[in-house]
Design a protein around this ligand. Sequence first.
Ligand code: HXC
Length: 256
Amino acid sequence: MYENLIVTTEDAVGVIQFNRPKVLNALNSQVMRGLTHALAAFEADATIRCVLIHGSERAFSAGADIDAMQAATPVEMLRENWIAAWDRPRTMTKPVIAAVSGYCLGGGCELAMACDIIIASESAQFAQPEIGIGVIPGAGGTQRLPRAIGKSRAMELILTGKFMGAAEAERRGLVSRVVPVEAYLAEAKALARDIASKPPVAIQFAKECVNKVFETALGEGLDYERRMFYFLFSTHDQREGMEAFLAKRKPEWKGQ
Ligand code: HXC
């Protein structure tokens, strides 16, 4: 069903793997359409509670497909609006984890940053190298990278196209953690399973509230968080979670 993507489920985790090894998982419109479709299917599937996106050990993705993109006109790109697909992990109600190894460049880096959590292998290399091909990041890089690592270093990376290694990405807070190459995928899957085992409505609200940080002033964000917190007291899972804690037993989540 999907070309250049391998889409599977592992219990409550939806897994999407880029599969264009010859071009280091460059993202063309076919891949992005497939990704959009797979994410929508996981969003609609109540048995899926967390999504994981990964590439290969050599490359998460070397970015948008330059070959496919080079002859595009502004009007074609505007009509197709293919860059909208990059924002989809953010707007999903379910958490999306990016497991990154090797090259994570341009649109690949932008896609990873649109995810909720990045787990990196020791070989991961991040860059916004668009300046080297005469353009700029177009799928969120100029907005998300400064928010993640600060203006000065983000500006330097975007203006030079230079690579940033996994250790620095971890130090600056772009990624949650760095794991040996042979373990990064297993570790990211374990994290996805852990998140998938939590109460789904609270998980959805927690994701929304954290994302508000990037869109609102503090007072508005605090107000939003408080309302979400109050609202959770209308759910089964709040009652169950608190009762289970007090009864010293394991909670059973219903997502209600
Ligand atoms: C199309 C790509 C590609 C890309 C690599 N390839 N990146 N094809 N689009 N983004 C292809 C190469 O042409 C080559 O094909 C094959 O993958 C292997 O790449 P090599 O260059 O031979 O490998 P290596 O020497 O290891 O260098 C790896 C690399 C380099 C450093 C990642 O390929 C590179 O600099 N790629 C471009 C990175 C980039 O500029 N990304 C940003 C794109 S713009 P052949 O056929 O020769 O074997 C972007 C904008 C997003 O992402 C904003 C809007 C969505």
